[in-house]
Design a binder for this molecule. Structure first.
Ligand SMILES: O=P(O)(O)OC[C@H]1O[C@H](OP(=O)(O)OP(=O)(O)O)[C@H](O)[C@@H]1O
Ligand code: HPA
Length: 184
């Protein structure tokens, strides 16, 4: 899909499809080195992480298992409260496994802080994080993020798995929406 297919919904592209592809490749190479000789289980956080999980995993040379969780954060409006409910739990027992959580965005960091605590209580060998985008508020929570695709400023983004009202996830790039979209 091209920016022009969105009519005037798109404001601007922040990260292009090519930039996403090469960053996934670079990070996959780091992961291949870091996990050489080790078990690796990728855990994607639904729904947003579907694109990055699919692309990252295909750049990895390391044989890895994959599983998914779906969680729901409760908060006023667009603000994550950090109170999280599991909508879909893992199928795989992560005891003694090396888990790499895969996310599209870490914004307030509250969802991932909760998730890391939850997964650590299950006795994994390790839990690390890869996020395609990190926003500035994530620095204010106690969250160690091992792999970061891009640091972006604090504005709402869509595309590459990220939605506004469940739309725009299928854009192959990451961008911002025109103000009129939020008004409609
Ligand atoms: O750092 P935080 O402020 O907690 O926000 C990040 C979370 O918000 C988004 O998920 P969302 O709840 O929108 O669900 P989705 O993945 O289905 O879009 C995103 O995929 C992260 O899971
Ligand atoms: O900027 C964002 N876009 C889409 N979903 C999100 N969830 C947290 N931050 C964002």
């Amino acid at each position: 899909m091209d920016a022009k297919d969105m009519g005037d919904d798109l404001e601007r592209i922040l990260i292009t499809e090519d930039q996403i592809k090469s960053r996934n490749r670079e990070i996959a190479a780091e992961i291949d080195v870091d996990y050489a000789g080790k078990d690796l289980l990728l855990v994607g956080v639904l729904n947003g992480a579907i694109m990055v999980m699919a692309d990252l995993s295909r750049e990895l040379h390391h044989p890895c298992a994959m599983d998914w969780m779906a969680v729901s954060s409760y908060g006023a409006g667009t603000t994550s409260s950090g109170v999280v409910r599991i909508l879909k739990d893992l199928e795989i027992d992560i005891k003694d496994r090396n888990v790499l959580l895969v996310e599209d965005v870490i914004d307030s960091g509250l969802t991932l802080s909760w998730l890391v605590g939850n997964l650590n209580s299950r006795g994994p060998a390790s839990v690390e994080i890869y996020t395609m985008v990190r926003k500035p508020l994530a620095f204010e929570v106690d969250l160690k993020i091992k792999y970061v695709g891009f640091d972006l400023p604090n504005e709402f983004i869509v595309g590459y798995g990220l939605d506004y009202a469940e739309k725009y996830r299928n854009l192959p790039f990451i961008g911002t929406l025109a103000p009129h979209v939020y008004g409609s």
